[in-house]
Design a protein around this ligand. Structure first.
Ligand SMILES: NC(=O)c1ccc[n+]([C@@H]2O[C@H](COP(=O)([O-])OP(=O)(O)OC[C@H]3O[C@@H](n4cnc5c(N)ncnc54)[C@H](O)[C@@H]3O)[C@@H](O)[C@H]2O)c1
Length: 310
């Protein structure tokens, strides 16, 4: 298939691009490198350094004639979405609409969308959260993901565009930014390797659904053929606390210090984890990498990377 991946220089997108190429697909990438890195882009993919909101994306669609658009480019910083909701909406909502319009114009058959199970359900009563509970985003970032899903649903009803929205848990693994605001596992790995202080905000008992990027990649491979017009959680149905992550990584990386606790971050959810029965039923997808193995693989990646840069 011919596949155009937005955000293909970023953490998740670049891992997906590698797997698509490995699977024999013909891949092009659009990314403005605002947080992604050109080094992440598979050399066998054609790379367009462009903003998804740029009118020039039309030329890319005309040239590439993709069968599938896989949309991972986004403003991903929840706190920035609060401080600058207009920018967040501009990238995440207007940017997504522009891509939908380009898909219509250029006859793209399928749209795979990176949504967020961690940001759209709020603080649900019943866990794990399944796809049918009311949506309750608590930050503009989550609202922008919900808007993206609603636009996809409209476009599939109005036109013959098929979509799959993958509602990820907290994705972790190789190439995640260890210096960003989010991505606690990458941040902990790097801090431990550098012998720096590891900071935990709040009690550390907040629960999240950590999902290894290799499993997320697998869902994106399956979504090339399945999951028509569905919103699907991609998670483990299990909550893991930040304290547990810390203890496991401390053992894996032989880190000697204790964590340092800071006041909770304002607006942070207490617990969210995602039911995954629909992913199995619709995509035939199940998480394969448990948290211990995923942490080992991630720690190994950051260790090797640090040794290379010394
Ligand atoms: N990491 C997670 O835990 C997680 C969870 C749920 C959903 N998601 C979604 O998955 C997607 C990928 O996230 P990630 O963690 O890989 O983040 P990332 O920042 O590594 O990747 C995003 C990529 O999009 C690019 N980009 C940003 N704005 C752009 C624009 N206007 N035009 C073109 N390119 C642009 C960036 O340069 C970057 O390469 C995002 O849509 C994010 O909302 C991520």
């Amino acid at each position: 298939m011919r596949i155009l991946v937005t955000g293909g220089a970023g953490f998740i997108g670049s891992n997906i691009v590698d797997a698509y190429i490995e699977g024999g697909h013909d891949v092009a990438v659009i990314d403005n490198l605002s947080s992604g890195k050109e080094d992440n882009v598979n050399p066998r993919a054609r790379f367009y350094r462009l903003d998804i909101r740029s009118p020039e994306i039309d030329l890319v669609f005309a040239k590439e004639k993709p069968d599938v658009l896989n949309h991972h480019a986004a403003q991903i910083d929840v706190r920035r979405s609060v401080s600058d909701p207009t920018f967040d909406a501009s990238v995440n909502i207007i940017g997504t609409i522009g891509l939908l319009q380009a898909c219509l114009k250029h006859g793209v058959g399928r749209f795979i969308f990176a949504s967020s199970g961690g940001a759209i359900y709020g603080e649900p009563q019943n866990l794990p959260a399944d796809e049918d509970i009311p949506l309750d985003p608590l930050a503009p970032y989550g609202a922008s993901k919900v808007a993206g899903e609603y636009y996809l649903s409209c476009y599939s009803a109005l036109y013959s565009l098929k979509y799959t929205a993958l509602r990820y848990g907290n994705v972790y693994g190789p190439r995640q930014d260890p210096y960003g605001e989010a991505g606690v596992i990458a941040i902990f790995c790097q801090a431990m390797i550098d012998g720096e202080e590891v900071r935990i905000f709040g009690s550390g008992e907040q629960l999240r659904d950590y999902i290894y990027v290799g499993d997320v990649v697998q869902a994106n491979l399956l979504a090339l053929e399945r999951g028509d017009n569905q919103d699907i959680n991609i998670g483990t149905a299990m909550g893991t606390s930040v304290n547990e992550l810390f203890m496991r990584l401390k053992a894996i990386l032989d880190y000697k210090k204790d964590a340092v606790y800071y006041p909770p971050r304002q607006g942070e959810l207490e617990k969210i984890y995602l039911a995954n029965a629909k992913a199995l039923e619709v995509l035939g997808w199940q998480s394969q990498v448990d948290i211990q193995r995923g942490l080992e693989l991630t720690a190994e990646y950051f260790k090797e990377r640090s040794e290379l840069t010394i």
